[in-house]
Write a protein that binds this ligand. Sequence first.
Ligand code: NAG
Ligand code: CU
Length: 160
Amino acid sequence: MASIKFVTLITMVVILLPTIAMATEFVVGDANGWKPSFDYQAWAKDKVFHVGDTLVFNYPSPPHNVFKVNGTGFKECVKPTTNDQPPLTSGNDKIELKTAGNKWYICSTSNHCALGQKLTITVMEGPPAPAPSSAVRGFIFSGYQVFMAAIVGVFIAVAA
Ligand SMILES: *[C@@H]1O[C@H](CO)[C@@H](O)[C@H](O)[C@H]1NC(C)=O
Ligand SMILES: [Cu+2]
């Protein structure tokens, strides 16, 4: 019985590993976190962001926050005037990149944005294969996963 449990565990790892490995979690600024006087464009320059990836903003709150803005808000460092998009303020904010295109984020406190606490990235369509990270939640099987599950299923049947 113990060996069957082990085989089942290995099965889950083999099936899920490629899916989990697809989505990347980017810690904005790495160990520097989210703060003024940091070059977030230099940080983002060599990175490729895909739909399904996650941005993590780490910072002390107060004083900082994260506002999602448009290109104008980014350039002029102005937060949205309406309240339909409140800022993130947890200090450990995870933003899943759900759509492709340009994204802009600023801190609205004092002159922090003008001092460099602003980030713009371009999000590409999801990774080509086997499936974006939504597969973990929606559990949509890729061809690879079905194939591996079938092989291990036969193996378990033979072993039992
Ligand atoms: C950008 O956001 C501001 C503030 O929310 C809004 O007033 C403005 O119309 C937006 N501009 C565009 C081009 O969407
Ligand atoms: Cu700030």
